[in-house]
Design a protein around this ligand. Structure first.
Ligand code: UDP
Ligand code: MG
Length: 138
């Protein structure tokens, strides 16, 4: 069993897409083992996206991530990192396959509804950023 971190970003929460996104995950056989709603501070958003700090979109995306509440979740399934990334679709909705969350709901390359960890190491790191062990259902 593998775990990954998923976030419904401020645009997804504001558009009322939480049920839709979680429904797609559950239909794909993914188990939600932790969930919380919170609003990031700018410092927290910069820490979360630190890997992108030299990129031109860093300022904008960190501001966007603080623009409203988000829903952070720990997902569990076999091969769930890839399964979740497949459900999400490409970063830019223009490149995302039909039927993916980003193709169906994203506004643009920044406001793209969902985050998903991109590998086992980032998944472990990102899960720890949001959740303590006690908050994750076994
Ligand atoms: N992003 C952006 N412009 C870009 C690339 C990324 O605004 O050209 C934002 C977008 O919200 C994306 C996030 O920064 O989801 C993190 O980028 P990454 O390349 O890690 O994409 P992801 O893993 O989310 O598909
Ligand atoms: Mg990424």
């Amino acid at each position: 069993m593998e775990r990954t971190l998923s976030i419904i970003k401020p645009d997804g929460v504001a558009k009322g897409l939480a049920g839709e996104v979680i429904g797609r995950m559950e239909k794909a056989g993914i188990r939600i083992c932790a969930v919380k709603m919170l609003r990031l501070t700018l410092d927290q958003a910069k820490m979360f996206y630190a890997v992108h700090k030299e990129r031109p979109f860093f300022e904008s995306v960190t501001r966007f991530m603080t623009s409203g509440p988000i829903i952070a979740m720990v997902l569990e399934a076999e091969d769930v990192i890839k399964k979740n990334r497949d459900l999400m679709g490409a970063t830019n909705p223009k490149d995302a396959l039909p039927g993916t969350i980003r193709k169906d709901f994203a506004t643009d390359v920044e406001k793209n509804v969902v985050h998903g960890s991109d590998g086992p190491q980032t998944a472990a790191q990102e899960i720890k950023f949001f959740f303590s062990d006690l908050e994750i259902q076994q």
